[in-house]
Write a protein that binds this ligand. Structure first.
Ligand SMILES: [Zn+2]
Length: 304
């Protein structure tokens, strides 16, 4: 019985490794997060099959890996990840257990999208997760900003072409057109936000997930509800947030859907601020540009 099981496992892994790459074969992409999955669909079109691991409403720092994730990684030709330690709590074990050599770090099937973005808030001194800060390599939340995603699109198109050279031109054309769409969306909203008065530009964030969006839209973060990324606010810190908001007349708090709403509502109640709650990541059937448009539009309406 044991032998038979071992044999089945061997056949399962052999079947993954030996699938011939015919001209019609789609590249199987496993994207860790929804926005990256949406980008992979936009760039890869009919020559990719994309699965997304974390659910869009999950905090990408703390994802509980389901058994299906292991199968998705084991069968992938290309793993697309956010990087900058965002998935460090859950992806490394998954990668090890997948026994899929093609998607291990250093292989063409391992695509860390953060290697092509303009990294922001990179600490000047060494910090670690043991200190409670979950952004040791800088701010990893760049997928909300279409100007950053344009860079990811081009690099992803090149990588898909490397993995599936028969369709490299197809991927290149699509990556250019998606990148162009990202940049046009970025420009459109930048222009719109430029019409806001300067007194509207300072906002409060829950988690430090917004620097790429704020830089894109020329907004400024006055204070974060979390004292450090990943650390829950103490009552003293909440008091400080409220005082800052009152003294500087701030009236918008930005928050991801996966963060607790009670403390934010309490702060908003005391300061008469409005709260914009953003979807964490694109949903599996959602277009990236539509998601970014919806986000920018909700922030604009709240500030207007
Ligand atoms: Zn974070």
């Amino acid at each position: 019985m044991k032998m038979k099981q071992a044999g089945l496992v061997a056949v399962f892994f052999a079947s993954i490794l030996l699938v011939p790459q015919s001209a019609d074969a789609k590249v199987r992409v496993a994207a860790t997060l929804g926005d990256l999955g949406a980008a992979a669909r936009a760039v890869g079109g009919k020559h990719v099959e994309v699965t997304t691991l974390a659910a869009p409403q999950e905090d990408p720092h703390f994802v509980s890996a389901k058994p299906s994730y292991l199968k998705d990684v084991a069968q992938a030709d290309l793993l697309v990840l956010n990087g900058m330690s965002l998935e460090i709590g859950w992806l490394p074990t998954l990668l090890d257990n997948s026994r899929n050599g093609a998607v291990q770090q250093g292989e063409p099937g391992y695509f860390d999208a953060s290697t092509v973005v303009e990294r922001k808030e990179v600490p000047q001194t060494e910090i670690s997760r043991q200190m409670g800060d979950v952004h040791p390599e800088g701010n990893p939340h760049y997928t909300l900003a279409p100007d950053q995603m344009a860079r990811v699109a081009i690099a992803l198109g090149n990588r898909l072409g490397e993995i599936n050279p028969d369709h490299s031109e197809y991927y290149e054309t699509r990556s250019r057109s998606f990148a162009k769409e990202c940049l046009e969306t970025a420009r459109k909203w930048k222009k719109r936000f430029a019409e806001l008065s300067d007194s509207k530009r300072e906002i409060v964030v829950y988690h430090e997930a917004w620097i790429y969006v704020l830089d894109w839209l020329d907004l400024e973060r006055a204070i974060a509800v979390e004292p450090k990324p990943g650390v829950e606010p103490s009552p003293e810190h909440v008091k400080q947030v409220i005082e800052t908001m009152q003294s500087r007349d701030l009236d918008l708090i930005l928050k991801m859907e996966y963060y607790p709403s009670a403390v934010v509502e309490r702060i908003a109640g005391k300061t008469d601020a409005s709260v914009v709650t953003s979807q964490g990541h694109a949903r599996p059937d959602q277009d990236y540009i539509a998601r970014v448009d919806a986000l920018a539009s909700s922030i604009y309406e709240a500030l207007e």
